[in-house]
Write a protein that binds this ligand. Structure first.
Ligand code: IPE
Ligand code: IPE
Ligand code: MG
Length: 231
């Protein structure tokens, strides 16, 4: 039996399909999806989760039409204008992982402002993966390592390598949730997923509810995690 996962990651997928079902434009799905983050973050924090990492924009999402990309880049502003005070009231700290280079200045400054304002909060860390790619994270880590150690004889350990990743300060990832029933990782947290439990749920992100999260966490606590060993 396991306790409540310290670190949960979510691939928030299905905004577009959900909107289509409602006869609405994709942007409407993204808006409702962003609003849903508030409910899920507060629930996770109440349940004792320490870190919640949300896949908001991948390094591959630049392939989408310019109009959609630009809507997505403006979502942090809409989200924090609406919910920053509530995040403060719930003692939730905001952080970001991913490459800031390539993001519009305005998007970065909105994120930076939320990060700064919430820096002292302690109940849970809400991490937005923006312009995030699992492969680019590993490459960035290797480049940082090489720039520090050059070609010395130093032998790197797995634990030490983890310190070069964007997630260095967070507990081990224990649970991944993906909405909308696509069974893939889509370049998310490749290293960190090594031994995470996975849940794929038949709901689009805008309709994923705090009760769904509660059910998944309760199922997680009943799973036997062997890590290659025996019971
Ligand atoms: C997830 O929803 C949000 C982002 C990837 C930014 P999608 O936009 O991928 O929605 P679907 O998968 O097309 O339904
Ligand atoms: C993964 O969803 C990325 C985010 C949720 C931000 P996608 O919709 O981009 O993934 P694919 O294209 O189905 O793999
Ligand atoms: Mg998708």
């Amino acid at each position: 039996m396991s306790s409540v996962p310290q670190h949960i990651a979510i691939i928030m997928d299905g905004n577009g399909r959900w909107a289509k079902e409602q006869g609405k434009p994709r942007s409407y799905g993204h808006l409702k999806g962003a609003e849903n983050i508030r409910n899920i973050a507060i629930k996770a924090s109440e349940m004792g989760v320490k870190v919640l990492t949300l896949y908001a924009f991948s390094t591959e999402n630049w392939k989408r039409p310019a109009e959609e990309v630009s809507y997505l880049m403006n979502l942090p502003k809409i989200f924090f204008d609406k919910y920053l005070e509530e995040l403060m009231a719930n003692d939730i700290r905001v952080q970001m992982i991913g490459r800031k280079e390539g993001l519009p200045e305005e998007t970065v400054s909105i994120l930076d402002r939320a990060i700064e304002k919430t820096a002292g909060n302690q109940s849970m860390t809400l991490v937005f993966a923006v312009n995030y790619g699992g492969r680019s994270e590993i490459v960035d880590a290797v480049n940082r390592y090489v720039s520090e150690y050059g070609n010395t004889e130093h032998q790197l350990t797995e634990e030490e390598f983890g310190k070069y990743l964007y997630t260095a300060d967070y507990p081990e990832l224990e649970l991944l949730i993906r909405t909308s029933l696509d069974y893939r990782i889509s370049n998310f947290l490749l290293w960190q997923l090594s031994y995470a439990e996975m849940y794929f749920i038949d709901k689009y992100w805008p309709e994923f509810s705090p009760e769904d999260l509660e059910k998944i966490i309760s199922d997680f606590t009943g799973r036997h995690r062997r890590f290659g060993g025996l019971e």
